[in-house]
Ligand binder design. Structure first.
Ligand code: PXP
Length: 268
């Protein structure tokens, strides 16, 4: 992606917004389980086990509101066939995570998941390390958001809780933002990162964006994020799959859901 900032180009005004708030009877705080790490384990042997689609179905039965899967350009974990199978198998919603490339947008237009979360992607990174540089890539992202809207797919931009990135996401017509919680997860006791998430949520909501959050969340640190009024969805993967090694996937989903629900209940 380029370094030079680009002027904001508003989203195509003739495009119908297919996101209808209230269409889905979603709870106030949804848990989407990211199943990439199940696929990582499978790819360690390039075999069939464990199957991320079976994991997705178990997560749903244990109370997940949706499933997130990131199809990376290098196909290091989730494969194209996993995405196809998820589309036809799961009973909840698929949040298809991908980079804003021609290849991925074409897949999204074909499978039409309920939601696409656009993320930055670098081949050398271990995981998604930072949020999108929205202002610097405004044309690319505005085009992606417009294409997704035309396909009837909600768009979410994975960004740091940075006021300019949030404002720019609203300007280009994204339906949602997912706030990167990685800095908070590394410094859960420092007031700054949590405050940034609170302010980012309030700003996003004031601009009409749905606000999601995720990255590095665990049973130990999820409470204060779940308690932020205005966040509608958490995307959690690594810690759930890690806990599953010891207590099973169903219990790992139930465990984090319980912590999320009690943190949210304390604020309402
Ligand atoms: N949200 C996004 C956009 C991500 O890229 C990831 C990591 O795959 C997550 C959430 C989940 O992060 P974690 O696996 O640390 O829970």
């Amino acid at each position: 992606m380029n370094d030079a900032p680009e002027p904001v180009r508003p989203v195509d005004a003739n495009v119908t917004d297919h996101h209808t708030p209230g269409k889905h009877a979603w709870p106030p705080l949804r848990l989407f389980v990211n199943i990439d790490h199940v696929a990582t384990l499978r790819q360690a042997r390039r075999g069939l086990e464990p199957d991320p689609v079976e994991a997705a179905l178990r997560c749903e039965r244990a109370g997940a509101d949706g499933i997130t899967a990131h199809l990376r350009e290098d196909r290091r974990h989730i494969q194209d066939t996993d995405i196809e199978r998820l589309t036809t198998s799961i009973a909840t919603q698929l949040n298809f995570e991908c980079a804003a490339t021609e290849e991925m947008l074409a897949i999204a237009e074909r499978i039409r998941p309920v939601e696409v979360t656009l993320v930055p992607e670098r081949r050398e990174e271990v995981t998604t390390e930072g949020g999108l540089a929205v202002r610097r890539n405004v044309t690319l992202l505005a085009d992606a958001v417009t294409r997704l809207k035309r396909a009837g797919v909600r768009s979410s931009l994975f960004i740091d809780p940075d006021p300019d990135a949030i404002t720019c996401a609203a300007e280009i017509g994204a339906d949602a933002i997912e706030l990167h919680t990685g800095t908070y997860a590394h410094h859960p006791d420092a007031p700054g990162p949590l405050e940034a998430l609170r302010h980012g949520t309030a700003l996003g909501r004031s601009l009409g964006l749905a606000v999601h959050a995720g990255h590095g969340l665990t049973v130990r640190n999820v409470g204060p994020v779940a308690a932020i009024d205005g966040i509608e969805e958490l995307n959690i993967g690594h810690s759930i799959v890690s806990r599953a090694v010891f207590i099973g996937l169903d219990e790992a989903v139930r465990e984090i859901r319980t912590v999320m629900a009690s943190a949210r209940a304390r604020t309402s």
